[in-house]
Design a protein around this ligand. Sequence first.
Ligand code: G6P
Length: 606
Amino acid sequence: MCGIIGIVGDRPVSDRLVEALRRLEYRGYDSAGIATGGAGVIDRRRAEGKLDNLIDVLDGAPLPGTIGIGHTRWATHGAPTKNNAHPHATDRVAVVHNGIIENFQVLREELIAKGHVFQSETDSEVIAHLVTDGLDQGQTPQQAAAATFARLHGAFALGILFSDEDDLLIGARRGSPLVVGYGDGEMYLGSDAMAVGPLSNRICYLAEGDWVELRSAGAIIHDETDAIVEREIRSSSVAAEAIDKGNYPHFMLKEIYEQPTVIGDTLNTYFNALSGKAHMPPMPFDMANVPKITIVACGTAAYAGSVAKYWFEQIARVSVETDVASEFRYREAAMPEGGLAIFVSQSGETADTLAALRYARSQGQHIVSIVNVPDSSIARESDVVLPTHAGPEIGVASTKAFTCQLTVLACLVLTMARARNAIDDAREAILCAALAHVPELARDVLQHDDRILSIAGDMVDARDVLYIGRGSLFPIAMEGALKLKEISYIHAEGYAAGEMKHGPIALVDDGVPIIVLAPSGPLFEKTVSNMHEVIARQGQVFLLSDEAGLKAAGDVPHSIALPDVDAFIAPILYALPVQLLAYHLAVLKGTDIDQPRNLAKSVTVE
Ligand code: G6P
């Protein structure tokens, strides 16, 4: 799962390849590399680790050339070493690849038997050797590339560079997205609109199975049968906006603090302050008669879906199933004709979520997506797109995208509840008023940052941390644990508070902090009982509740008094302190907060 970029023109490409890789680092940062060709040789620079390491290499050994490809890697096959970094090359061909070649072992053995010498442990290197093999047999670059694509099993987006071609790059896609950018005397290839956006505002999304011959003057696109086809060229809205941390030490902290604003921006789209009601764009189906809702996503976005399940069932009285996309896509879920399938994704590029969407479409579902990147693959394949207005999220651990996803889902729930006559006017008014206050309440919650920092200080030596909650706070407990694992590398689990006694309570001793998420409301007393069961076993409890809850909970040594709110909006607000807690613990641990080890912002392989 990786980012790829290619440029063919008549100006030096090295700097612009590196700039594009900076925009693609969200796809992985295990290694980076670029190659140029066209002058009879393939010239490469590669470095293990972050892009800055490649920049250091290039400072010492600049790379000339007006045609080139670049890659930022998230390792699948082969350790994240320089040797396994892309581009992979022979003396005639260099290749950058996003995806997985499933039959690479068979192809590799066949090529080794023919005398090819491999330099890496990757699946991708076979592509460079297969194309070279074709060239060695006298095929043209186009023939060698097309013959290679026909032999590959699995998913790929590719950029191919030739030592002897100074005006030809070949790109191809199957399963992984690839974009062609049209410039003035220059052409581009990229994993997404963001990669080529600042270089060109005219782009074309290749269709599944397409491959493309790219020359400085234009592109010839072929479909999977090799026939020449026309694809729509559209204007790209991706701006070359400069994204910086401002005065914050990390993007994650900046993004946590942006939440009051971006939740407000999202509400501005889906909530009418004058009427005091939530609304949605026109839907190509009748919300009153949706037989069932299925919500599918990955990671943090999946927890937004889990919160929404409680809301849809309690408020709109509609049956909801939620699943993580990697499971959903293969379990052949039975879906009633005309059901609604909702896909939640910050990037809109997550491979499993996209595959799950295609399955739902094959089952006659209406497809609604909630994405933060409106031009993304998931958005383009949806019947209705409900954008979040979180703005670019750079920190790998999702924060503001999550609370904006919850905000859109809350508006959808209220709109659907009204359409289904599941809510009376008085109750609707209460819930809408609560939702309208989320931005200012989020600001109040952020005021507790110093207290959360001091709690983090108490927890810094913990090996395990448990988070517990009930109802719509249970997914927030899981999200809190995920945040902590992702960026501080402390083991953490989120549990339904009532499940503690079925196993996890065995872990409890005076060295295991337990974060209890218990706003006042119908489930408060039950959660507090579970908390006391833990305290009775020497557990170190940290209670997050409101003034009334803290009073009712009795003597708890560590607590934070959050605003007193309707239970409906509590999951949105309680997400903030668990984000801050993970952040401060990670700072105390000295980890790489914005780019934690082994992770990527968007997972574009299954
Ligand atoms: C990765 C990220 C997570 C994110 C998940 C889903 O694992 O590290 O932060 O929640 O992918 O990404 P998506 O872009 O689909 O929301």
